[in-house]
Structure formats: C-alpha cells, structure tokens
Design a protein around this ligand. Structure first.
Ligand code: SAT
Ligand code: MN
Length: 606
C-alpha cells in the first residue's frame, strides 16, 4: 500500500512529514502478510545480517548478530520527556520535551537515506478489543518489521480498525545509520554510537521517538515503550492498569479455573513461571502472557486482563527442557534468534541449553568458539541477553482464552523477587492497601556484577516497573491505591508476595522452584476462595505448616524455615524502606503507605 492511499488523514500527514524529514529512498505501508515477513527476512539475508538455520532442525528460523554496542535496552539513554521534571519523577531520566525534540529532529534529518521507511500499523491487544491500543511505528529496519510481525498484530486489519480518525500512538524509529550512494550494510548491524542513542517518550502527547538502536525494547516500540511507559500514563488517566506482569490460567483437579497475574523484576524466572509445568497431580497451568498485562474493570466489577503482545521476546541462555520445556517447544520453528551461537550444522546453542556445545561454534560476535569447561573465564558463546522472538500461538501451553478481546477475570496478583533471606515462600496481603504496600517495596538481590551495584545487595524495583513507569512513581503508587478505593474488595484480586529464592545457611536454595511452584499456586488458588490453611502474622497471612504439600527433598525443618516470620529481619526491612526507599519519592509518596509501614512496624514490635 502507498502512503497516498492511507484513509486516516492525520496518519497520512504525519507519515509525509516524517518522509520529508528523514528522506528515505522509498516508503512502504506494511500489510502484515506472511509474504511481507518473508521478504523482510530475504532483505536481511541479502544484506548479510540474517543466517537461515538448518530447516531440518529449526524450520523457518533465522539468526541475527547485532553490533556489540547494541545488545540490550539502554536505560541511561531512555527518557521520559514530560513538561515538568516532577512528573517524570526520581526514577526516570527526564529531558525537556521541546529541547529533546530539537536534538532528535537534527538526528532524524536525512537519517533514512539509502533505506526504505516502513510504516507499521500495529495493535497491542487483539485487534478491535476495547482494551487494545493502536500504534504506528515508522522504521528503517526490516529486522524491526519482522519482529513486530511476531510481537504485535500488524498490517491492514489494524488500519481498518483505526478508520479515518481513530487514536494511535505515533512512534518514530531509525537505526541512525543512513547509507551513502551505493553503500550497503554488508553484514554490519546498523546502529548509532551510544551517545547518539535516544529512547524517548512524550507522555503528554503520547509519542515515542527512538533513534540509534535496532535491538529489542529500544526498537520494537510496541513492547516496553508503548505497552508499559506510554500505556501506564494512559492507564492513570483512564482508570486502568498497565503492568509488567505475566498472566496465568490455573485449573484445579475439579476443573475450576482462575487467572492470576504476577510482577517480578528481571532474572526472577517470569517467563518460566508463565509456562510452568505443574508437578502437583491434577493441576493444570496455561499461559496467557509472559511479560505485560493490561487490566480494566468489567461491568461485573472485576478486573479483566489482556496480554497486549502476540509473541515472546525471551532470554535464551538458561532456557532448557528442565527450566522451561514449553518455551523450548515454542521456539522450534518460525523463530527469530538474536545473538545466540550457531553450531556447525546450523542449529542454535547457548549457555545452559542442557547439553554441551557440539564442536566448533560461531559465537554471538561471529568468532569461532570451542567450549572449554576447564576455563572458568571463557567468554560465553551466546550473549547473556540473547533472545528468541517467537509467536505465542506456538506455545504448547497457550490458553485458549489468550486472545479473548474481553480479557480474562483476575483473581490474584503476585509480587516477587529474588530474596535469599527474610521474605517467606508466600505471604497474602491482609487487604488491598497492604498489597499495594507489598508491591511498592518489591526488591531483588543483585546477582551479576553487571550492574553498578554491589552483588548481594537488594535493589528495590517497585511493582517490577522501575524502568517502565512513564511517570512519577509516587503518583503511580497513588494510582494503585485509587484503583481499589470505593470498590467491593471481594471482587478485587487478592494480593500475594512470593519468594522462590530462600537460601539456607550453607547458601543452598531451600525450595526447588520451577514446576514445584505449582504447590504454592495451589494454595493461592484456594485462598482466593477463602480456603487453605492460613495463619495471621504481623507481616501478612501465611500458610499453616501443612497447607502447602512438600516436594521431595524439602524437610519439615526447611518448610518451617521458609514459612517463618523473621521478626528481626523484617524490622531491618522496614527500616530500609523507611530510611532509603520511600524518601526517594518525596512528598508524592502516598501517606497511606507510610501508615502501612507504621502499622507493620507496630505489629512486629508486638
Ligand atoms: O528488550 S526488552 O525491553 O524488550 C526485554 C527486556 O529488557 O525486558
Ligand atoms: Mn519484561
């Protein structure tokens, strides 16, 4: 389709203006067809950027290797450009919107020279759902077009819903590498240097401007940029929730069904939990989403969630048949791999895939790589943030309701983190406000030295939204409190804090995790019906010692330890929140949360 054929005059004008600014050689409106996807992959193969994998082992799969400077989201270059700095808050990088637009307009001038500008109309959420939102991304990257085909619903069907005057979030994206006369990418991943990368959000005008990176959340603008940062602002203004949460469907042995969502900071096994295979006989867990949940109240007063995405953009290393068999099945075909290693027979390989590297690989940098298990310092073959992009429909555990435009009714919210001490296996909030308090203090142990934080320290990541909230987090807490105000609490989701990561004094994990977490989910399921053995404690409602069945290898003493209320540890936790965490949010920290803090402290003192 040509730009001149676009029926939405606002969209047409916006594309034409971008064309004048960015001067691509041609412009193409994406139709979302399979033929278009195949053509994008072919263009990338011809440019030396995509390698077809062995069709006998990984049919329809390709491998990309990005530039070493372009391998993950760049939080330092991610901006919330609200008019007032106070609206972006202390946890976001702020820039003045007018100044930022000026800087970026200069960068965008002629940035698509020698390339095609693709216009990608996309829907986050099932096309036409009243919870869904439409975005249009302009990009000069065929890699982005192909990934967006998998991660969102794209093409003509979205333009049909948009009509001639519908609302859309305009999104600019350029890799920031114009081509000279006759110049080709020639196998070199195009991007701009770090100091020229910008991932910018304009919350008041609902715009996204991204420049200089072609990777993941920096470039696939439907995901973190629209579905979380911009959507969190829309949700605040319109009275709903846009959250960094997985969505699960659980069926008990009697056939009763419940849906729950869960927020966890990175490296806490969110995708694994989303695709969990229960060890508990008779129980079934199915996947609705693995990363983002949008929730609105239905006419019955309950919260209904949709997964705004259509695919999984998951971390490859660590994914194996033990940790996540459903993911392994999902990514056997029609999958885009980025920055994993490739074997001599053109299959993929990564660290902890479950078997040794077969022979001489090519690593994510394009160099030969032979596994040396004696060398603890050997660089990994796959980048630690290497990814697969795969259609959610290919997941063997996908729930049949996953594309229901109404969404699924949510019975419980889980919050969690990686906490070796203090935080029990599971803890139910006493009420909504106590649950919001729990979400606001989510923290996780920093494992790798990659971050500029001392390993072993706890990094607070409220609601797992720290890098994804498009406005002041104090206001975000207030929004969560408001969502529950004046509502019938019996219809609101119950809130739970879980922790699979408790360690004993020898530093060993006490709880086996993975499929065994179904035992905890079963307790949560029953609690939603007011059942399941439970005891009131100063920190919340905990399971009685026998309420959760025990996996092999977990002794009575272990169970007692992970369900214990560590009074001294909690006093320190509360003190840390009071001294270091809450003050960050200044006078925007809702007083209700300080009241919760006071109340818990009082209960701990007995
Ligand atoms: O690159 S993404 O932002 O899509 C994934 C992530 O960092 O969680
Ligand atoms: Mn995520």
């Amino acid at each position: 389709m040509k730009v001149s054929e676009l029926k939405h005059s606002g969209l047409k004008k916006w594309v034409e203006e971008a064309q004048t600014l960015m001067t691509p050689d041609t412009v193409e409106v994406c139709d979302g067809s399979k033929a278009e996807y195949d053509r994008m992959i072919q263009i990338m193969k011809d440019a030396g950027l995509a390698t077809e994998l062995n069709p006998a082992k990984k049919p329809g799969c390709v491998l990309f290797r990005s530039d070493p400077s372009d391998v993950a989201r760049v939080e330092s270059n991610t901006y919330i450009a609200s008019k007032s700095q106070n609206d972006a808050g202390p946890t976001n990088n702020w820039k003045d919107p007018a100044e930022l637009k000026k800087t970026m307009t200069d960068l965008y001038k002629g940035c698509m020279k020698g390339r095609t500008m693709y216009v990608i109309p996309y829907s986050m959420g099932p096309v036409g759902s009243n919870i869904a939102k439409i975005g249009v991304e302009l990009t000069d990257s065929p890699y982005v077009v192909a990934n967006m085909h998998i991660m969102a619903r794209v093409g003509t069907k979205v333009l049909d819903v948009l009509g001639s005057d519908g609302f859309f979030v305009p999104c600019y994206h350029s890799v920031g590498k114009p081509l000279g006369q006759g110049e080709k990418d020639n196998g070199k991943w195009p991007c701009a240097p770090l100091e020229k990368k910008y991932i910018s959000h304009f919350p008041e005008t609902r715009e996204i401007w991204s420049y200089g990176s072609g990777y993941g959340g920096n470039a696939l603008l439907g995901k973190k940029c629209l579905a979380l940062r911009i959507a969190s602002v829309l949700a605040r203004d319109e009275g709903w929730l846009a959250e960094h949460m997985l969505i699960l469907k659980i069926t008990n042995p009697k056939g009763d069904v419940k849906y729950i969502t869960g927020a966890f900071p990175s490296a806490c096994g969110k995708t694994n939990l989303a695709m969990l295979i229960p060890t508990l006989p008779g129980w079934k867990v199915e996947t609705v989403g693995d990363d983002i949940a949008w929730m609105k109240f239905g006419p019955d007063g309950r919260l209904y969630a949709i997964n705004p995405e259509a695919g999984f953009f998951g971390v490859a290393p660590g994914t194996n048949n033990e940790s996540n068999r459903n993911a392994m099945e999902t990514i056997k075909k029609n999958t885009i791999y980025t920055n994993v290693a490739i074997t001599p027979d053109k299959d993929v390989w990564w660290e902890m895939i479950g078997y040794d590297a077969p022979g001489k690989l090519i690593d994510w940098n394009g160099n030969e790589w032979v596994q040396d298990k004696n060398n603890k310092d050997q660089k990994p073959a796959a980048h630690p943030n290497s990814r697969f992009t795969a259609p959610a429909s290919q997941c063997p555990a996908i729930a049949k309701e996953w594309e229901d435009p109404k969404g699924v009714p949510i019975s419980a919210f889980l919050f969690g983190g990686r906490r070796p001490k203090t935080i029990p296996l599971v803890n139910q909030a006493k009420n909504w406000i106590h649950g919001v308090f729990m979400g606001s203090i989510v923290g996780s142990e920093v494992t790798a030295a990659a971050l500029d934080v001392k390993a072993g320290t706890i990094r607070r990541d409220p609601f797992a939204m720290l890098p994804f909230c498009g406005y002041h987090m104090g206001d975000y807490f207030k929004h969560w409190i408001k969502i529950g105000q004046g509502k019938d609490e019996s219809k609101l989701p119950k809130i739970f804090f879980v922790n699979w990561f408790r360690k004993n004094d020898a530093g060993k994990f006490i709880w086996p995790g993975y499929g065994e977490n179904s035992r905890v989910l079963a307790w949560i399921f029953d609690r939603c019906d007011g059942k399941g053995g439970a005891v009131e404690t100063p920190i919340g409602t905990l399971p009685t010692p026998d309420a959760i069945t025990r996996p092999d290898g977990v002794s009575d003493a272990d169970m007692k330890e992970i369900l214990n209320v560590d009074i001294e540890g909690w006093k320190k936790e509360i003190e840390d929140v009071r001294a270091n965490h809450y003050p960050k949010f200044g006078d925007k920290l809702p007083k209700e949360l300080y009241s919760e803090l006071d109340a818990i402290e009082k209960r701990l003192r007995g």
